[in-house]
Design a protein around this ligand. Structure first.
Ligand code: HEM
Length: 476
């Protein structure tokens, strides 16, 4: 495809932006650039906070016991209640929600305990609201040296054989966000990002880039490829190109933070972006012809990846030379058994048994943060809400926003795409964060295009980045 100014990843790689305060004197919440030259990984200096897109709407008041009943084993949202073993395959490849999960981990981490009564004002986001691969780079080589390779400091550390994440002597992954080791698929995708960064270091070095600027240039290159994929590949598949183009053209109607002043909306973190929980399959095949394995407990992470659990990426994404990947589950208002009974390694010890259910947790988070109903958000957007028949029984007072987004995807998107409410929240937030980040390619260099080759002449896709990563000598 057409290449941007970093086409050869040579010396003409343009710096992201001019000065540190953008000329407006605003420093609050801006990245700390004090770690240069080799420590230039993005650090959010301000306190990342959550905010709201629809602060004027009344909270949905729901009975907590009813939520727990709907989300727990045997409840309305438990796919196992009706699952016959087939028939819930969607259109998209199984890897898309897994990549989507990593995007989520890049921008939101609410570490408050689960329960119906959160102190909403006290919630803090442990991630910066920027698509900056903080989950990969952490605090950079100076703030988080254990993420980097001492023998070649521009590179990220990988596991000894290049086939696993780097781990400490107790098997805990040395990565920027521990959630990326929660299951083997997240761990594999994270590993691909490490290899992609290291591959960019090699390319830049071969182009003669000065050693002192290699790390920053490789980080910026990978981050921009990732941001490009979010805009041009991930979002169009999830919500459709029309909506993406509309928000690109007109900006967000309900979320458009000023440069350097982004926050993460609770409607996104505690409802709409959790759509992906309904796209997780109950079972996965890791290799063509291999056994079909339930996600949990077998494929839980937080320890070295067993050789028999190494994933063939062609099972997750449609890649050239591979048979088509297995598909993501349809979004249908139901979660697979593995997520209705999350393993203890993921939930920790819980005081209420129902907190093992991710559906219960999704519903409780939404009510604890006083989210409005899906119907009232639809009204506020000028969209005709789903009817009671379309939403299904059980939500007389209004439908929790998260569940509404799932049902909307089922009704309007055949379970493959988000509907108008969920789609708009997700699109406006992801594009809004990119626009508010002065370092993103959309803000700093909108004409930028990926430097890596692509399979299709006109588009660069996630598959192209994965192929690049998987072909690095250290990855094989
Ligand atoms: C195997 C797959 C997955 C597992 C085991 C998983 C597990 C979890 C858990 C345990 C939480 C915390 C629940 C809570 O206490 O609030 C969570 C939160 C969340 N998940 Fe997932 N998830 C998975 C996939 C996904 C996918 C595919 C997406 C989206 C595409 C997603 C988006 C989110 C978001 C946005 C949050 C809120 C994060 C925060 O603000 O801290 N997850 N997930």
């Amino acid at each position: 495809m057409a290449a941007g100014d970093d086409a050869g990843l040579g010396d003409n790689f343009r710096m992201a932006r001019a000065d540190s305060d953008g000329g407006d004197g605003v420093h609050l919440g801006r990245p700390d650039r004090g770690l240069s030259p080799s420590g230039g990984a993005h650090t959010w200096a301000g306190q990342a906070r959550y905010c709201r897109m629809f602060s004027d709407l009344p909270s949905l008041v729901v009975d907590i016991e009813a939520l727990e009943a709907a989300g727990d084993t045997g409840g309305l949202i438990d796919a196992a209640r009706v699952w016959t073993g087939t028939g819930d395959d969607g259109e998209g490849a199984a890897g898309w929600p897994l990549f989507g999960q990593l995007i989520g981990h890049d921008i939101t981490a609410d570490r408050s305990p689960i329960g119906p009564h959160a102190d909403v004002g006290a919630l803090r986001n442990a991630r910066s609201p920027e698509l900056n691969l903080e989950m990969v780079y952490g605090d950079g080589p100076i703030g988080a040296p254990y993420l980097y390779d001492l023998r070649d400091p521009a590179k990220l550390l990988t596991g000894a054989d290049g086939l696993d994440l780097p781990r400490n002597s107790q098997g805990i992954a040395l990565i920027g966000d521990p959630r990326n080791d929660a299951h083997i698929f997240a761990a594999h995708l994270h590993l691909m990002l490490l290899h992609a960064h290291n591959g960019f270091v090699d390319r830049l070095r071969a182009d003669g880039k000065a050693e002192g600027t290699l790390f920053d240039a490789a980080r910026r290159t990978l981050t921009r490829h990732y941001q490009w994929i979010v805009v041009h590949d991930f979002l169009p598949r999830l919500v459709g190109s029309e909506l993406v183009n509309d928000v690109m053209r007109r900006g967000g109607q309900f979320f458009s933070p000023a440069p350097g002043e982004a926050c993460l909306p609770l409607e996104f973190a505690d409802a709409a972006y959790r759509y992906g929980h309904s796209q997780i399959r109950n079972t996965y095949q890791l290799k063509p012809g291999g056994p079909v394995i339930p996600l949990f407990p077998a494929l839980v992470g937080f320890g070295p990846i067993k050789p028999e659990h190494r994933v063939d990426l062609g099972q997750l994404f449609d890649l050239p030379g591979h048979t088509p990947a297995q598909r993501a589950k349809r979004i249908d208002g139901k979660l697979p058994a593995s997520l209705i009974r999350l393993p203890q390694q993921i939930t920790g010890d819980v005081e209420v048994d129902a907190y093992h259910s991710l559906a219960v947790r999704d519903l409780l988070r939404g009510t604890a943060t006083n989210l409005p109903s899906g119907e009232s958000v639809a009204d506020a957007m000028g969209i005709t809400p789903l009817t009671a028949d379309q939403v299904g029984p059980g939500w007389a007072a209004g439908t929790p926003l998260w569940f509404y987004v799932l049902k909307e995807a089922q009704v309007f998107g055949h379970g493959d795409h988000l509907g108008p409410v969920g789609g708009r929240i997700v699109t406006e937030v992801l594009l809004g964060l990119l626009r508010a980040d002065p370092d993103s390619y959309l803000s700093a260099d909108p004409q930028w295009t990926p430097a890596l080759p692509s399979r299709e002449a006109t588009s660069f896709e996630l598959a192209d980045l994965l192929i690049f990563a998987a072909n690095q000598p250290a990855a094989r």
